[in-house]
Design a protein around this ligand. Structure first.
Ligand code: CTP
Length: 399
């Protein structure tokens, strides 16, 4: 994936021990296709050298406002023109205070003042500095000035104390930066989702499950968060990392998934049901491991699981529902029928044999106006298109 393809980012480093994380950050930004110009304050060079940042960014690093390499001596203007954003990470307490005052006494602060692009800052400082009245005043003022504040995180700090003020991790800053450039079509919406398989016990050591990897659901959860939604993901067991920003509730069986979804549904605007829910569970679950003593196959009895999607769709004043159908044949026919049977306004259908555990996918959207194919692509590309399709159809705020 190249989520920052064709993006030019100015990465500013002010003084702080978190500068070591910015080395990893620049590497990850470049992996995503960005062109990164690094600008450092003098204080930042005490924590990490410009040589390191130059080697990782593959471009000259700027520290001095009087840099003779810039022919017109206008580095503070040239570097931001054509940039898609300036990201200052780490942003020290002192640097944020400078931004608030509009001071321009070094290259990075001058650049921020002279910018013609958005500014994002990732604070990094001791917890007392972060909690202090001046810093909090400055954060409020920066937000009011349209500066995007990323974090900070919480946890153990370089000084040995624990609390708020850690710079976000490189992968978190990368996720924030990628999301910054996505359209906010679900801004303020609360999205509830299911994803992955369910597992139904047979005895204490054996289960029945299915081959759902959870990739599509996790990609949609990420895309919905990037689109500005607050996302709760009720997930069966998968090997996937929880997308940054998403709240995951782990479940195993269909009934656990049902309980978790029904508890969260009243507070949700949208329910996206991607999980491959077992239609049946074992009625006679053995309390001890089934032995093969008599060499007879065990006789399993089954009982139907509740249909989570149909139940949510029938809730009075419930969320707007999106279903999924993985079929192996007659996709159009089965998908239309399933949408009507479940009582939902939108269903995403695909042919299971083409997508199970794959990274690429092909889907169609089914609604009351017919079938709408979505351009094939990676599960992330398609997830973003599905989120846009949901946002387009979603009625104005429900309550
Ligand atoms: N679903 C659900 N609860 C179930 C079964 C399915 O919420 N117990 C949801 C799935 O998450 C998906 C949609 O319903 O969004 C379609 O599921 P599927 O199992 O394909 O449909 P079924 O109604 O079970 O039909 P069939 O098995 O005949 O294909």
């Amino acid at each position: 994936m190249h989520d920052l393809r064709d993006r030019r980012i100015v990465l500013g480093l002010s003084g702080g021990i978190a500068c070591y994380k910015s080395a990893e950050l620049v590497r990850r930004m470049i992996e995503q296709g960005a062109t990164v110009d690094v600008v450092m304050t003098d204080a930042a060079t005490h924590f990490i050298t410009p040589v390191t940042m130059q080697a990782l960014s593959g471009r000259p690093v700027f520290v001095d406002a009087w840099d003779a390499r810039v022919p017109n001596n206008m580095a503070h203007i040239d570097l931001t023109r054509g940039a898609d954003a300036i990201l200052v990470a780490p942003a020290s307490a002192d640097f944020m205070a400078k931004l608030v005052q509009g001071r321009a006494d070094d290259l990075l602060s001058t650049l921020c003042l002279a910018r013609a692009c958005p500014l994002l800052v990732a604070p990094a400082m001791n917890r007392e500095m972060w909690g202090s009245a001046p810093t909090q005043r400055n954060v409020t003022q920066l937000s009011a000035d349209g500066v995007v504040i990323l974090g900070p995180g919480s946890g153990s700090q370089a000084c040995g104390e624990t609390g708020d003020g850690r710079m976000l991790e490189p992968h978190q800053l990368l996720a924030e930066l990628i999301a910054f450039f996505q359209p906010k079509s679900l801004s303020g919406r609360r999205v509830l989702m299911t994803a992955g398989p369910t597992i139904e016990p047979i005895d204490p050591v054996r289960v029945i499950t299915n081959r759902s990897s959870g990739k599509t659901g996790y990609a949609i959860a990420r895309a919905a968060w990037e689109a500005g939604a607050q996302v709760t993901l009720v997930s069966g067991p998968t090997a996937l990392a929880v997308p940054y920003g998403v709240t995951r509730i782990g479940v195993e069986s269909a009934r656990q998934m049902y309980d978790a979804v029904l508890a969260a549904a009243p507070d949700s605007d949208v329910f996206i049901s991607v999980a491959a829910v077992a239609d049946w569970r074992v009625a006679n679950i053995a309390s001890d491991k089934i032995k093969k003593d008599d060499h007879q196959p065990p006789a399993l009895e089954f009982v139907a699981n509740p249909d989570i999607l149909a139940t949510v769709a029938a809730l009075p004043d419930g969320p707007w529902c999106v279903g999924f159908a993985a079929e192996t044949q007659l996709l159009s026919k089965f998908a239309h029928e399933k949408r009507l049977r479940k009582g939902i306004p939108m269903l995403v259908g695909n042919l299971a044999q083409h997508v199970m555990d794959a990274d690429e996918t092909t889907v169609s959207i089914f609604d009351d106006t017919g079938e709408h194919p979505i351009a094939p692509g990676t599960k992330y590309d398609v997830a973003r298109l599905i989120v846009q399709a949901i946002a387009k159809r979603l009625p104005a705020r429900r309550r």
